[in-house]
Design a binder for this molecule. Structure first.
Ligand SMILES: Nc1nc2c(c(=O)[nH]1)N[C@H]1C(S)=C(S)[C@@H](COP(=O)(O)O)O[C@H]1N2
Ligand SMILES: [Mo]
Length: 315
């Protein structure tokens, strides 16, 4: 059962990834809410970026842009929800180099503009569910990761894809100092079939504009049926590999964060329930929680990837 704190706010409302950060997260989270405006706009009509609509988009109401940009997890810029918006302006996102390497017949290293050029941009309005128990709906702009991987021509031995974020302590205050919560760079991974799934995208924008730095500029992964921490930000390296790669939160607490991390209301986090979630932008801390959906509502599309797997064990 959840621990209740004074004031009757269940800890599920404030569950950060690491127990000893709870108090601080709560305070910064509450502060962020106080300033978050209640008004939102619909997804911009691709003002800055031409992006085709997609049948994969949800018709749910997108979370207001002000919330999407001000309530973030991006530990390179600090552990608080408001830290990325406060600190990520310092990040230089141009020029930006990305490499696609490892077990591929056509690996390459690219400037971001060249990397993106072959792909038509799409708007993908996806639910995003953080492992901490909150969710958003974000109108991403991006392209399928599958197209990038196909172009690289994975070799038969490639079974997983490993991703790496930028390591640049000069511009990332969360990477400086004596105490570091995570090992840097932030790393993530997917099974090759998950990476090739049509729902899996690389995003370069949201709300029709280039990604705000705090949301993972200039290039981030979005895997909508998995907990948000799988959607690695500010990517510099994509590597095709044979073995399941190490992933940041799994290294930090293997009993709490699995490699798969599929959204699953039936498998609780050891310290809180995953049955429900709080939708950011809907009435703050005391808004009614909504039920969390299996695979974050994408079961029809992705359940077959996991047939025969014990999702309690391979969480
Ligand atoms: N490099 C990096 N990527 C990251 C994180 C991070 O701390 N560093 N946080 C993850 C977590 S926990 C979540 S919930 C999402 C948040 O994305 P958003 O801030 O765009 O909503 O980014 C994920 N990607
Ligand atoms: Mo998260």
């Amino acid at each position: 059962m959840l621990i209740r704190r004074g004031g009757g706010i269940p800890s599920s409302e404030i569950t950060p990834h690491s127990l000893y950060l709870r108090r601080r997260e709560f305070l910064t989270g509450a502060a962020a809410f106080a300033f978050a405006g209640p008004l939102g706009s619909g997804p911009a009509a691709a003002a800055g970026m031409q992006a085709a609509k997609s049948p994969f988009s949800t018709t749910e109401k997108p979370t207001p842009l002000s919330d999407v940009k001000s309530y973030n997890n991006f530990y390179e810029f600090g552990p608080g929800k408001a830290d990325p918006a406060a600190n990520a302006d310092a990040l230089t996102t141009a020029p930006w180099r990305v490499s696609v390497e490892g077990l591929a017949a056509r690996p390459g290293e690219f400037d971001l503009e060249d990397f993106m050029k072959p792909y038509a941009l799409e708007e993908r309005i996806y639910r995003m569910r953080c492992v901490e128990g909150w969710s958003m709906v974000v109108p991403w702009v991006g392209f399928p990761l599958a197209e990038v991987l196909k172009k690289a021509e994975p070799l038969g031995a490639a079974k997983f894809v490993a991703f790496e974020s930028l390591s640049r302590p000069e511009e990332m205050p969360g990477q400086r100092g004596l105490f570091q919560l995570l090992d840097w760079p932030y790393v993530e991974g997917l099974r090759l079939d998950e990476a090739m799934h049509p729902l899996t995208i690389l995003a370069v924008g949201l709300y029709g504009e280039a990604l705000p730095n705090q949301n993972g500029a200039p290039l981030r992964l979005v895997v909508p049926w998995k907990y948000g921490f799988k959607s690695i930000k500010s990517i510099v390296r994509i590597r095709l590999v044979e073995k399941q790669p190490p992933t940041s939160w799994n290294k930090q607490a293997a009993g709490e964060y699995g490699f798969y991390s599929n959204v699953n209301p039936n498998v609780d986090h050891p310290r809180w329930s995953q049955a429900t979630e709080r939708r950011i932008g809907e009435g703050g801390l005391f808004a009614k929680r909504r039920p969390t959906l299996m695979f974050n509502g994408y079961a029809e599309e992705v359940a077959s990837l996991y047939s025969g797997m014990n999702l309690q064990k391979l969480f």
